[in-house]
Write a protein that binds this ligand. Structure first.
Ligand code: FES
Ligand code: FES
Length: 176
């Protein structure tokens, strides 16, 4: 007689080790668990948001091993061994706001704030790859992140502010 396997028996948890915001976590997770749910529900890091089911909005963006990644597009098991930064890890070591966080505040780069954690994480990687981007490069660089409040003008200014600050300059707004 065939042996019947229940779904509970078929899905075994998998051990993963992930470093998030400098802390090393070892957890057992279901293979089907998405990384965004692991961060939000297992680690209680609710800064990365869930804004869609289609990998379009970018609200879930994190930094993983130096790349900006939409955490809803990966399984948690795929992050085994990875080093991750979320918005919760973006402040300076002394607790002050990072240049990007300050830029979003100073330039009014957020309205409802829902897209902001993902925007900042995407911009964080963008500025590491290109510390002095043009406005066009910034707009292209954040094209995978949607703002439902459509505050793109000030989001671009916030990133320009951070780029200037990180290179030791004052941000000068372009004349309208
Ligand atoms: Fe990940 Fe929208 S929740 S792209
Ligand atoms: Fe509201 Fe971007 S500030 S979605």
């Amino acid at each position: 007689m065939d042996q019947v396997t229940t779904s509970a028996e078929a899905i075994e948890d998998v051990a993963i080790t992930v470093t998030v915001n400098g802390t090393r976590y070892k957890r057992f997770v279901e293979p089907r668990l998405l990384l965004i749910h692991f961060l939000r529900e297992d680690l209680n890091l609710t800064g990365p948001h869930i804004g869609c089911d289609t990998s379009h909005c970018g609200a879930c963006t994190i930094e993983m091993d130096g790349m900006s990644v939409k955490a809803c597009t990966l399984f948690a098991v795929q992050a085994d061994g990875a080093s991750i930064t979320t918005i919760e890890g973006m402040a300076n070591a002394d607790g002050t706001l990072s240049a990007l966080q300050e830029g979003f505040r100073q330039m009014h780069g957020l309205q409802c704030g829902f897209c902001t954690p993902g925007m900042i994480m995407r911009a964080h990687v963008l500025l590491k790859e290109n510390p002095n981007p043009t406005e066009e490069e910034i707009r292209f660089g954040i094209a995978g992140n949607l703002c439902r409040c459509t505050g793109y003008q000030n989001i671009v200014k916030a990133i320009q502010y951070a780029a200037a600050k990180l290179s030791g300059q004052d941000f000068q707004e372009a004349a309208e």
